[in-house]
Design a binder for this molecule. Structure first.
Ligand SMILES: [Zn+2]
Ligand SMILES: [Zn+2]
Length: 530
C-alpha cells in the first residue's frame, strides 16, 4: 500500500517535468525578428489612404512657395542625410549627436542655408562642453540556450538590444545571470520579487512615447534594489533600437529592446515558467564603453533685423538620435523655411533671431550656452518660440493581433499626432493665436493647453521672457524608427504655415499682449481663416 502510494505521488511530478524531446527549440516559439532596418520606415506610410491634404493658396508676391511641403521635405531630407552619414561612418550611437562630426555638419549646412537666404550675420557659435560623453563600443544581449527549453534550443541574440547611457564596461566583458520579470516595475509589480543578482525585465509601454511612459526611472530603481542589470522591453511596432537616459541605470548595464525582441523574451519567460524551468533561463549581457572628454559643440545663429532691436527668438534643436526625422529634423526644416520666408517679407517690426541649437540631449546644452554667451539677450527679448517634433504621423493600435508582438497591431493614422501647446506666462493673446492652429491650419493639438514647455526651451529660462511651443513625442521617439518618412509632407506644411502666421501676428501685436499673463483683459480674435 505504502509503496503504491509513493508511486502515485511520484508519477505526476515526472509527467510535469520538462522533456527536451517534447518540444522544438524555445518551446516552439518563433525566433525573434532581426533588427528593423534603420534606413527604412517600420510603418507603412501613405498606404491605402494618404495623409489629410493641405490646400493653402499662394498669395502673389509673398514667397509662399518657401513654405510648401516639397521645399520643407527637401530640407528635412538633407538634415536626415547628416544622420545617415554618421550611420555609414559606423558610429555606434549614430545620428546628429551633439559634439559629433555629423552634428557639426548639420549646423554648418544650416548656417550656409541661412546665409544664402540673406541672413548676413549667420554664423556657427561654438561652445565648450562640460563633462564627458558616454560612447558605447561593443555590446551584445543573448538569451542562453538550454535543452530544457526544447530540443535544439540555441542561444539567441536580441538584435535590437541597445545599451542605455552611462552603462560602464562590464568587468570581464560579459555578465550572465538569471532573469526576473517585473511587469511595469511598480511597487505592486515588485511585491514578493527577489531581484538580487538577477537581470530584471521591465515591460515599457511608450504611451504615447518613451517621454510619456510610466516606466521612466524604473530601471535605476531596480538596480538600487539589487538587480544586476535591466532590460527595458518596449511594447512597440517592429524591432527598432531605442535610447533614452530615463531608462538607464547609472553605470550598471541597462538595455532597451524593440517590440519583437520584447515579445520573444516575454514569451519564453512565460513558457519556461509554465514548464517549471524558469530558474534555468539566463541572459548574457556584454558591454564595453568609454567616456570622451574635451568636447565642443555649437549653435547656428542668424538674425533678420527688424525696425526695433527687440527680438523674437525662433529656436529648433539640430541634434538628434538616429535619423531623427521628427526629433528634430521636422522642427529644423520648419525653422529654415520660416527664415527663408521672412527674409522675403517687408522688414518686420521686431528683430527675428533664428537659432539652430546644440540641443538638450547632451553633451552640452545649446540654449543654455547661447544665453551664457549673450548677456544682451536678457533685455529686449519679447518671446521665444520653439519648433520641436512638429509633424509626427500618428501611430495607433490596429485591429489584428500579431503573433510576434505584444498587443494589437500598429497602424499609421491619416493625420499627425496631437501636440501639447505650452505658453509659460499664459498670455491670453498667445493662447488665442494657438487656437488658430487647429481651426485655420489643420494642425492637430490637444484640446487643452498649459504652461509646460518640455524640450529645448529649458535653457532659455534665465531670460525671463515668455516661452511657447507645441510638441509631441510619438511611438518612435528616440528610436531608429524615427525616420524621414514618418513626417508627412502635409503635416510639415501645416506646421510651417501656422508658425508663419503666429510670428506675423506676434510681430504686429502690441508688446503688452505678449508679456501680459493670465487674467489680462483681452478681446479674442474674430478673423476668418484665409
Ligand atoms: Zn529628443
Ligand atoms: Zn527634441
Amino acid at each position: 500500500m505504502r509503496k503504491s502510494l509513493m508511486l502515485f505521488l511520484i508519477v505526476p511530478a515526472a509527467i510535469a517535468a520538462p522533456s527536451a524531446e517534447d518540444t522544438t527549440a524555445w518551446f516552439g516559439t518563433t525566433s525573434p525578428a532581426p533588427l528593423s532596418d534603420p534606413r527604412k520606415p517600420v510603418m507603412k506610410y501613405d498606404d491605402v489612404f494618404g495623409p489629410l491634404p493641405t490646400a493653402f493658396a499662394h498669395r502673389p508676391g509673398k514667397a509662399d512657395e518657401l513654405l510648401d511641403a516639397s521645399a520643407l521635405k527637401a530640407d528635412q531630407k538633407r538634415i536626415v542625410g547628416f544622420s545617415l552619414e554618421s550611420f555609414t561612418a559606423g558610429d555606434k550611437v549614430w545620428g546628429r549627436r551633439a559634439a559629433t562630426p555629423a552634428f557639426q555638419h548639420t549646423i554648418e549646412w544650416t548656417v550656409s542655408e541661412l546665409k544664402a537666404a540673406g541672413l548676413k550675420d549667420a554664423k556657427v557659435e561654438t561652445y565648450a562642453v562640460p563633462g564627458t560623453m558616454w560612447v558605447p563600443q561593443t555590446w551584445q544581449l543573448q538569451v542562453i540556450g538550454d535543452p530544457a527549453f526544447g530540443a535544439g534550443t540555441q542561444t539567441v541574440t536580441l538584435q535590437s538590444a541597445f545599451p542605455q547611457p552611462g552603462g560602464a564596461s562590464i568587468p570581464g566583458g560579459t555578465m550572465t545571470a538569471p532573469v526576473v520579470y517585473v511587469g511595469h516595475g511598480t511597487d505592486a509589480d515588485l511585491a514578493g520579487r527577489d531581484l538580487k543578482g538577477k537581470i530584471a525585465i521591465v515591460r515599457v509601454r511608450p504611451e504615447p512615447s518613451l517621454f510619456g511612459a510610466g516606466e521612466q526611472g524604473v530601471a535605476a530603481r531596480l538596480v538600487e534594489k539589487g538587480a544586476a542589470g535591466v532590460i527595458n522591453a518596449i511594447e512597440g511596432p517592429g524591432n527598432p533600437q531605442y535610447i533614452d537616459p530615463r531608462f538607464a541605470c547609472g553605470k550598471s548595464p541597462c538595455f532597451m529592446i524593440g517590440g519583437q525582441d520584447a515579445w520573444f523574451l516575454q514569451t519564453v519567460i512565460g513558457k519556461a515558467a509554465n514548464a517549471g524551468v524558469l530558474d534555468r533561463l539566463k541572459v548574457a549581457m556584454s558591454l564595453t564603453s568609454r567616456e570622451q572628454d574635451g568636447l565642443g559643440s555649437s549653435n547656428g545663429v542668424a538674425t533678420l533685423p527688424g525696425l526695433s532691436d527687440t527680438r523674437i527668438i525662433i529656436n529648433a534643436h539640430a541634434d538628434g538620435y538616429f535619423q531623427g526625422g521628427d526629433d528634430n529634423a521636422s522642427g529644423l526644416a520648419v525653422l529654415l523655411g520660416l527664415a527663408k520666408y521672412f527674409a522675403k517679407q517687408p522688414k518686420p517690426k521686431h528683430t527675428l533671431m533664428f537659432v539652430a541649437s546644440g540641443g538638450h540631449h547632451g553633451p552640452g546644452n545649446g540654449p543654455a550656452s547661447l544665453v551664457a554667451a549673450h548677456p544682451e539677450l536678457k533685455t529686449g527679448t519679447l518671446l521665444i518660440l520653439n519648433l520641436e517634433h512638429v509633424a509626427y504621423a500618428d501611430v495607433v493600435r490596429g485591429k489584428v493581433r500579431p503573433n510576434n508582438n505584444i498587443g494589437m497591431s500598429w497602424e499609421t493614422s491619416v493625420t499627425e499626432s496631437a501636440k501639447a501647446v505650452g505658453v509659460t506666462n499664459e498670455s491670453p493673446f498667445l493662447f488665442d493665436l494657438w487656437k488658430q492652429a487647429s481651426r485655420c491650419y489643420g494642425v492637430a493639438t490637444y484640446q487643452s493647453a498649459g504652461t509646460t514647455v518640455s524640450g529645448d526651451l529649458g535653457g532659455y529660462r534665465p531670460l525671463g521672457a515668455p516661452r511657447t511651443q507645441m510638441i509631441q513625442s510619438g511611438t518612435f521617439y528616440h528610436s531608429s524608427g524615427d525616420v524621414y518618412e514618418q513626417v508627412p509632407a502635409e503635416g510639415l506644411e501645416r506646421a510651417a504655415r501656422f508658425h508663419a502666421f503666429f510670428i506675423e501676428q506676434v510681430d504686429a501685436a502690441n508688446e503688452r499682449l505678449i508679456a501680459a499673463g493670465k487674467g489680462t483683459p483681452y478681446q479674442p480674435m474674430t478673423h476668418s481663416c484665409q
